[in-house]
Design a protein around this ligand. Sequence first.
Ligand code: GLV
Ligand code: MG
Length: 338
Amino acid sequence: MRSPKDFFRPLAVGAPDPVREIPFRPSRMIHFFDPSNAKMAAKVPDIAGKVDVLLGNLEDAVQADRKEAARAGLVDIAKATDFGDTQLWVRVNSLDSPWGLDDLMTLVREIGDKLDVIMVPKVEGAEDIHYVDRLLAQLEAKAGLRRPLLVHAILETARGVANVEEIAGASPRMQGLSLGPADLAASRRMKTTRVGGGHPGYLVRTDPVGEDLNAGRQTSQQDLWHYTVARMVDACAANGILPYYGPFGDIRDTVACEDQFRNAFLLGCVGAWSLHPVQIEIARRVFSPEPADVRWARKVIAAMGDGTGAVMIDGKMQDDATVKQCRVVAELADALAA
Ligand code: GLV
Ligand code: MG
């Protein structure tokens, strides 16, 4: 099994093999459900096995007076469901909320053997991860768990973004980071009320044609999240963990959702959240490399032999660096096919 560290391993010739701690598992779509919502909970057995990750959400979008019901609902669902190859994750309440501690204590005790990853919201610095790490160590020992629980942090405050590198490297439990564009927009006092995606006002405009300042000008939207996603990807790659685009809130706008997911994929993300079944297939398509790209990657790898030197293929120069780029695509295809 390959690990997230392995996935981003330095590809220089002769680089030593890194320690393989966390097995790499596909996580193209992290499909959210509310365990306190009976209708949604009833669908879990049907979805299990058909998505990479199912996540029981206990935090935002669950009403305050439904928090205990959501926690208990997740325990029941986890005990009753065979998840097959699907990973089970949970998003617990934040560490400064009245529910975060009880979430961790109950879930590790009751279903720690079924859970793969604990998603922690509103992480602001390494201290938050250290706290969760130590607490999990105690709870795991008490519950007699034989497999460590992994931790995923949501990057959704200005302070969290400022500390992203230390968060990514704060514990060997760290599995990955997700962008949380809604809370982050609020924390930064951005002027968008959307959950992820672009904004019609955030534009670049081409120069005018001739003297008339209004003539021939075209506009295109810029990506509001480019800076944060790029920082997050660098922090994850530098620490051998996985980056994810978070939620896209306009469920009807499947075109913009696909565009946003694709931008994130091209920048290095391995998955995104799906908030509705229509987003499951978008994420599966976007975060799986295109067959034509995989064929091209394998052709370059084969032509490059030991990976050094330079060759021309279809008029394009290939060398030690491009073969590494191609390995990223080919290895992702192999990992998803395994
Ligand atoms: C997700 O939690 C977000 O705030 O976007
Ligand atoms: Mg949030």
